[in-house]
Structures are given as structure tokens and as C-alpha cells.
Design a protein around this ligand. Structure first.
Ligand code: FMN
Length: 328
């Protein structure tokens, strides 16, 4: 049993968070929460009605905590409304990510909602700590989906050192209990896992994307603006999307101008990505930790496996401190 400031503050059994991921719906959230970790509902690209409906569905399925992930800049249709919807629908925890978290953080705190801020740079992490976030996630560049430029370990160490009483979660490259044990040993209060949970039975992504994650090695990802250009998305400075390499990246890497023309010709919203999908390929958001994902599994099995492994590695690490025989 691993007890941290995160498990105590948030009333969650394990110091493990299923990362906010745009597509994540009620099934994955309920499976993760049911297994004793914190599930997170995604909202990017969903309508306010859809988000309200999904929050209601999760609330029906569990009386425990779960998070709703909201991005704090305005590119997607309805993005500016989604925090209102999350608060009105009674989300127990809100995770804010990308852009300036402070206005959203103040609104969540005023509403009495526990708030997590996922930060990609030191300035944002420090602002979130000073602004009273209940947990700050240091998200490293290895992460799947959108992320900043900092490497996970050094960025996490910096945020943990600066955080004082604020618990810190670490995201980016964690798929197994070995890495979870590593970040807990360095002082984190929770491990945040995205890519591995995308490759679960309950995650609403095409089976082909899950299989690409299972097949990918750590070098088979691409952190590049073509991933956003395909969607016509403009993210805050310093934030770029990481995907699993597949036939989309093979065809378009380095061909920015041609890609932008093809996207414009396909029309909006998301005409180009629809065409890709019909042609049998997708933009597959995923990170370097794909190298550690060996199978598509039920989410509860993933939670149990990661936690069990982390406990084993922490026990082994504690044994390193054993006194030499004969010493007292
Ligand atoms: C498929 C996918 C979608 C994501 N969508 C979001 C999102 O909507 N909002 C967000 O804050 N982060 C998003 N992320 C980033 C995750 O919150 C998290 O930081 C990341 O997955 C952690 O790294 P890992 O993939 O190596 O586990 C996404 C990541 C993935 C893999």
C-alpha cells in the first residue's frame, strides 16, 4: 500500500493518475477509478453537452473522485465553455493544462473544486504552486500528446524542490511500476500515465492506434508541428504534439507547406484528419513510453500491475539502505 500526500489529499487509494487525454470517456475513467487510481475525463474537441453527459455518466458510476481535464487556451470549438461545464456538472477534481492556468485555477478554488495543474515549464509550475493548486504535474517532453520541451526527470526534480507543501505528480515516459517507483522515490506524490492507458480495452481509440502503440519502440515517435497542422490547431508557444510514427508521419514529415495546402483543400472542421481516417491511417498521439507497452489490456489490470511493480521496486530500493552485516 503506497500512501502519499496525493492519496491522502484526494482520497484515492493508489498514487497513480490516468492522464488527461482528449478522447478519454466514462468507460476508461470508471475502470481506472474502480481499480483505485484517479481517472481523468478528456474534453478537448467535445461539445459542452457531450462533456456534461459524460460527467453525469461517471458520477452515476462512482461516488469517488475523478478528474475532468480542461485546456486553458482557446483553440477548439467550445474550449472557453468547458471549464464552466465541468464546474456546473460537479466535477470533483479539475485538471488544467497548457497556457495560463491562473484564471481557471482561481475559478476552481472559488468553486471549492480540487485543482491539478499540468505544467510544461518552470514558470507555469511556480505560478500554479503560488496560486494554490492542490497538485502540480511536471510534464516532460517524452510524453504522448501535447507537451513542452523539458526532459521529465530534471524538470520533475526542479518542480519537487520548489513545491514546498504542494504535492507534485510526474508525467512523461512512465508506463510501468519501475518508473513509478523512480518518481515516488525522488519525492513525487503521484505518477501520471497516458500512453499506456490509451492502449487499454476501455479507451475509445481505434484498435489500430492501440496496436501501433504496442508495436512501437521508444524511438518510434515524432514531436513535430505536422501533427497539429493536420488538425489546423494552434497551441501556445513551446507546446507541440508527440505521436507514434505511422503511415501519416511517413508521408508528411518535412512537407509542411504541402500538408497545409492539403488541409486547406479538405475543408474544416477536421476534414483532412477525416480523410486520413477513411484512407486507413490516423494521427496517433502517443509517447516514448510506448516501448514499455506490451499488450492491449483492461485498465484495471494495468493499474494493478503498475502499482504491484512499483511496490516491489520501492522495497528493493529500501533494501539498498540496509546496514552492512555486523553494523549496529
Ligand atoms: C492520446 C493522448 C491524448 C492527450 N490529450 C491530452 C489532453 O487533452 N489534455 C492534456 O492536458 N494532456 C493530454 N495529453 C498528455 C497527457 O495528459 C500526459 O501528460 C501524457 O500522456 C503523459 O505521458 P505518457 O504518454 O508518456 O504517459 C494526452 C496524451 C495522450 C497520449
Amino acid at each position: 500500500m503506497l500512501s502519499t500526500e496525493f492519496t491522502r489529499r484526494f482520497g484515492v487509494q493508489h498514487p497513480l493518475i490516468q492522464a488527461g487525454m482528449a478522447e478519454a470517456g466514462p468507460d476508461i475513467v470508471l475502470a481506472v477509478c474502480g481499480a483505485g487510481a484517479l481517472g481523468s475525463l478528456g474534453t478537448i474537441g467535445k461539445t459542452p453537452d457531450q462533456v456534461a453527459g459524460e460527467i453525469a455518466a461517471v458520477r452515476t458510476g462512482t461516488s469517488g473522485p475523478f478528474a475532468v481535464n480542461v485546456v486553458t487556451f482557446d483553440w477548439a470549438p467550445f474550449a472557453s465553455r468547458l471549464l464552466d461545464v465541468a464546474l456546473e456538472a460537479g466535477a470533483p477534481v479539475v485538471t488544467l493544462s497548457f497556457g495560463d492556468p491562473l484564471p481557471g485555477l482561481a475559478r476552481c478554488r472559488a468553486a471549492g473544486v480540487q485543482t491539478i495543474v499540468q505544467a510544461q515549464d518552470s514558470e507555469t509550475a511556480l505560478a500554479a504552486i503560488a496560486g494554490g493548486a492542490d497538485l502540480v504535474i511536471a510534464q516532460g517532453n517524452e510524453a504522448g500528446g501535447h507537451t513542452g520541451r523539458r526532459g521529465t526527470l530534471n524538470f520533475a526534480a526542479e518542480v519537487i524542490e520548489a513545491a514546498g507543501e504542494t504535492p507534485v505528480g510526474v508525467a512523461g515516459g512512465i508506463a510501468t511500476g519501475r518508473a513509478m517507483a523512480g518518481v515516488l522515490a525522488m519525492g513525487a506524490a503521484a505518477a501520471v500515465v497516458g500512453t499506456r492507458f490509451k492502449a487499454t480495452v476501455e479507451f475509445p481509440a481505434p484498435q489500430s492506434q492501440k496496436e501501433e502503440i504496442v508495436a512501437a519502440g521508444g524511438a518510434d515517435t515524432l514531436y513535430d508541428t505536422i501533427n497539429d497542422e493536420a488538425y489546423s490547431m494552434v497551441w501556445p508557444r513551446g507546446i507541440t504534439g508527440r505521436v507514434i510514427r505511422n503511415s501519416f508521419t511517413e508521408k508528411w514529415e518535412g512537407r509542411h507547406a504541402e500538408l497545409q495546402e492539403a488541409v486547406a483543400a479538405a475543408g474544416q472542421p477536421y476534414g483532412f484528419v477525416r480523410q486520413l481516417f477513411q484512407a486507413g491511417t490516423t494521427v496517433n498521439w502517443g509517447g516514448e513510453s510506448a516501448s514499455l507497452v506490451k499488450a492491449v489490456q483492461p485498465a484495471a489490470e494495468v493499474v494493478a500491475e503498475i502499482v504491484r511493480e512499483a511496490e516491489g521496486h520501492l522495497r528493493a530500493a529500501a533494501a539498498l539502505l540496509a546496514l552492512p552485516s555486523g553494523a549496529r
